[in-house]
Ligand binder design. Sequence first.
Ligand code: FE2
Length: 369
Amino acid sequence: MFNPFLLLPLMVCAYEVLSMILPLRMSLPAKILASLILIAGLTRIFLLHRTPSGFEMYELPHALMVVVTVIFNFIIVTLFLLLMKDFCQLFCRLILRKPFPNYHASLFVFSIALCATLYGTYEGLRLPDVKTHEVAIKNLGREFDGFKIAMIVDIHADSLTDREFVESLVERTNALEPDLILMPGDFVDGTVAARSSDLRPLKDLHSKYGVYGTTGNHEYYYDFYGWQKELPRLGITMLNNEHIIITSGDSQLIIAGVPDQTGNDHDTALAVKDIPGNSPVILMDHRPSEAPENSQHKIDLQLSGHTHGGQMPILYWIVRKFNRGFVRGWYDVNDMKLFVSPGTSQWNGFALRLFDPAEISLLVLKAKP
Ligand SMILES: [Fe+2]
């Protein structure tokens, strides 16, 4: 059935042809070719939808996926720049009553968009660096002073972020020799049948106290029950409104987890019920937006992802608006600390990062003096 929502990308493409391609000094065949390339990039949107044969975007071969990703990213980056250019043009012509250098402005937009797209796509798809964060925790036993937690979130495995990427990610994480590995959601985009081999390298993750995870929203989009069985097979213990206690000497550290809000069974009170004494509590909750509510419980540190750090400057403010102001990095929420990872990989829907690198977060716990 025809989906009127699909008219929107076509309108964006038409706008970009009129506002950028036509003013450029190129031959007509070159303009037609450039327009067709833009339209080809839109296949990314059309393939997001299931076809009668069951073929979906994430099943495209890796190389083809990279090509349509570059074109699609170019369309999005160009859209932001063209809107600014045309606003300036209107201001110049209607308010200042002066001519506007449309050819040079269009050439400028094209050049900047091309550079930003190539750089941003590379940044979006490359293996992330490790970023170390020291965090002081109240009531942390001396046995846990210097405890290393590797945090991996938002892998979004698919044919763009495939097995090869996950293998390298596992290798880089293991090299940190973490005491614990935490993975608060968005492991994959696709069914178990299509994507389990891409995630299989996670089986090789190792740390002294194990690997724990919670679901993200994307786990609910494809084969939720299948992934609930498959992730534990990969050595990941999923914490669904529950906690575990890590003991070292006389000290304890509590790790709790709640499933993503998509499932409607997100229950922080249950996850931290009956926690003994004053032991510090670290909560995994995929989205940061529940932090104010979570801070009402006995939680010292919340670990989240989901926002991808905003991905690029203008989007940052939009993502901020939809996530109650929590986008990337550290926040104090009442007496609780919140860490929002920018993500360890990239979602294939818009795989671009500008001035917002992904990271493998290495959290080093420090006893609060
Ligand atoms: Fe998410």
